[in-house]
Design a protein around this ligand. Structure first.
Ligand SMILES: Nc1ncnc2c1ncn2[C@@H]1O[C@H](COP(=O)(O)OP(=O)(O)OP(=O)(O)O)[C@@H](O)[C@H]1O
Length: 596
């Protein structure tokens, strides 16, 4: 068993032993409070996964908690308690939560929506749900909620052990899923949603799926909470409770799973004691304590504790450098059939792009073949980046058609066009800052190889081209380092390797050498010309440095004021008087016509 897994298994066993022993040492009042706190902690954990791990701030998990609780209360009130009713309530809790989460997820993450939009919808959801509950009359109990129904006949001790073990199981399962090959995609989405999209990952679908799972877990927690307490109250489905869950996560430490549980337990237990001993000011005390913790310990209680332990440890013994799990680099068999030298893989016809009344690209038509390196040059504002965007995302262009590897891109989103064989590297290195180099590359392979939901593979298998970039750039020695610690040049190389891991037929590069040293530029030139010659990749590159362009290009397209001014060989273009005129703004003595 791998060491981290062993450590977690041992910690879970110790925690389970504490839970089992808990009712023997704690008084009844505390046990009562903790049972509720355990169910709330599970809901807080789902907020942490959505917000802390995947980057979607949500206030709506209370709604799903409420749905789970009300499903039980309504079914038991209407049909009485029994095994059939319990099964029906359970199915209703899961089914309704999943259906509502699916609909809310679609509204929140439809193409073009922003994270802020998702947060606003999550705010509206509990408000709408509470209004529905208020207007439900005796069916939902209106503002008083539902009470007095018969529920599961368990002792307080059993509830304590059941809810405590449920927290442990949820924690361990979440931990396993998040550190799996599939789970690291969530961290990648939080770091850089756009890069995920351009690696062919349908981030909207992943986020909707995650919301459905989180909703179902929160509903189960609500089901247990109401099953134990025998009261379904609108407050436990409302916006205030949804915000409290966010506060619990922030207090405990956003992104740390145990932090969410600690935050929930601290607030629930403190609130229970303070509300009875200091009924008028306990909310104020909790609020002030929250603000103080957030200011003094931005990483939450758990983050603060971790920093303290590290500081003490450093004083006692200087900490050795953290040892990352070893990564074994491997090369994938080349599965793509050797392409024909004359294959046209980019066909652009009559492409136009308008921003309102501003026409940025007009009547752009050209083709590019496999094994060709086409440089797009032109002065600032000529429309080069806009053209790349129109090739990489079907929703960008205003008119005209684009075919990639023989397929029309229609109005397909970027992640679907990646599937046609297109890879895009951005101007500023776009990687996953908090992921290790190896994990960035693994995420880049997700579209090609379905990742495991429970395990992690120590092997990093890359196509030969991506591996060559990793090895020639020196990234092979930095596989365990987080991407944010890489130099600018290494980040550029990492992004190129990630794009090559997609095994594209067409590679779009936007000023890849900006900010690189002379040696790094030469290395980049060697890599690109090698890819074109040996893998017969079609590369379209935006570049301002005409010396670099001369060195690498098989063809050059000059864009000027949104039109193609020249399209020809290096010799034709670089020494052309028109190009001199475009770049210097002075008329050339020997003027040739603009070919649109
Ligand atoms: N979202 C937008 N809304 C309005 N105008 C835009 C938008 N994006 C780009 N433009 C305009 O389109 C024109 C072309 O911009 P683009 O970035 O494609 O040029 P470029 O050739 O890549 O320039 P550079 O070399 O400076 O990157 C510019 O005039 C720019 O101001």
């Amino acid at each position: 068993m791998p060491r981290p897994l062993l450590r977690v298994a041992l910690a879970a066993l110790v925690a389970a032993a504490v839970i089992v022993a808990g009712p023997w040492v704690l008084d009844t009042y505390t046990v009562n409070i903790l049972v509720r706190a355990f169910f709330v902690a599970i809901a807080a954990l789902t907020v942490d996964v959505l917000w802390g791990i995947s980057g979607t701030l949500t206030f709506g998990q209370s709604a799903f908690f409420g749905i789970g609780g009300y499903a039980l209360a309504i079914v038991f009130t209407q049909f009485g308690f029994g095994p059939g009713a319990a099964l029906l309530a359970f199915a209703a809790a899961l089914g309704v939560a999943a259906a509502v989460a699916g609909a809310v997820g679609w509204l929140s993450f439809y193409p073009g929506s922003t994270p802020l939009y998702a947060s606003v919808i999550s705010l509206v959801l509990p408000i709408v749900l509470v209004q529905i509950l208020y207007s439900g009359g005796t069916f939902s109990g209106s503002s008083s909620g539902l009470v007095g129904f018969e529920s599961f006949d368990l002792t307080l001790e059993s509830w304590f052990r059941l809810s405590g073990l449920a927290v442990i199981v949820t924690l361990v399962a979440t931990w396993i899923a998040l550190r799996s090959d599939a789970g690291r995609v969530l961290g990648a989405m939080r770091d850089n949603d756009e890069r995920c999209t351009y690696l062919g990952i349908d981030t909207a679908r992943v986020r909707i799926g995650l919301l459905v799972v989180a909703a179902v877990v929160a509903a189960l927690a609500g089901f247990g909470y109401v099953g134990f307490g025998g009261v379904a109250a609108p407050e436990n489905a409302g916006f205030v409770f949804g915000t409290q869950l966010v506060v619990m996560v922030a207090l405990g430490g956003r992104g740390s799973l145990i932090g969410a549980v600690v935050g929930a337990l601290v607030i629930e237990v403190a609130s229970a004691y303070l509300s009875s001993s200091l009924p008028f000011i306990w909310e104020l005390i909790v609020g002030v304590a929250f603000v103080v913790v957030i200011i003094v310990l931005p990483g939450g209680l758990l983050g603060g504790l971790r920093d303290l332990v590290r500081a003490v440890h450093r004083r006692v013994a200087p900490a050795p450098a953290p040892v990352a799990a070893p990564v074994i680099l491997a090369t994938l068999e080349h599965t793509v059939a050797a392409p024909d030298r004359d294959d046209i893989v980019v066909e652009v016809a009559g492409l136009c792009k308008n921003f309102g009344s501003l026409t940025v690209l007009s009547a752009i038509s050209f083709t590019a073949r496999q094994g060709e390196l086409v440089s797009l040059v032109g002065p600032n504002g000529a429309g080069k980046t806009t053209l790349i965007r129109c090739l990489a995302d079907g929703r960008e262009r205003s008119e005209g058609s684009v075919r990639i590897a023989g397929h029309s891109i229609e109005r397909l989103p970027a992640d679907r066009i990646v599937g046609l064989g297109l890879g895009r590297k951005f101007q500023a290195a776009s990687v996953f800052e908090t992921l290790s180099v190896a994990d960035c590359l693994r995420v880049a392979r997700v579209r090609k190889e379905r990742p495991s939901l429970i395990g992690t593979s120590p092997i990093l298998a890359l196509p030969a081209a991506a591996r060559a970039v990793v090895e020639s750039s020196g990234l092979a020695e930095r596989l365990g380092d987080e991407a944010r610690f890489l130099s600018h040049g290494l980040k550029q190389a990492l992004e190129l390797a990630m794009v090559l891991a997609l095994e594209p037929k067409v590679l779009l590069l936007d000023e890849p050498t900006a900010g690189l040293t002379r040696a790094e530029r030469q290395g980049f030139a060697d890599i690109l010309t090698g890819l074109v010659a040996s893998d017969r990749l079609c590369v379209l590159i935006i570049e301002h440095d005409l010396d670099f362009v001369r060195l690498i290009s098989s063809r050059i397209i000059v864009l000027h004021q949104g039109r193609i001014a020249l399209d020809g060989s290096v010799a034709d273009v670089v020494d052309s008087p028109l190009v001199r005129e475009i770049y210097t703004g002075r008329p050339a003595p020997d003027h040739c016509g603009v070919t649109a």
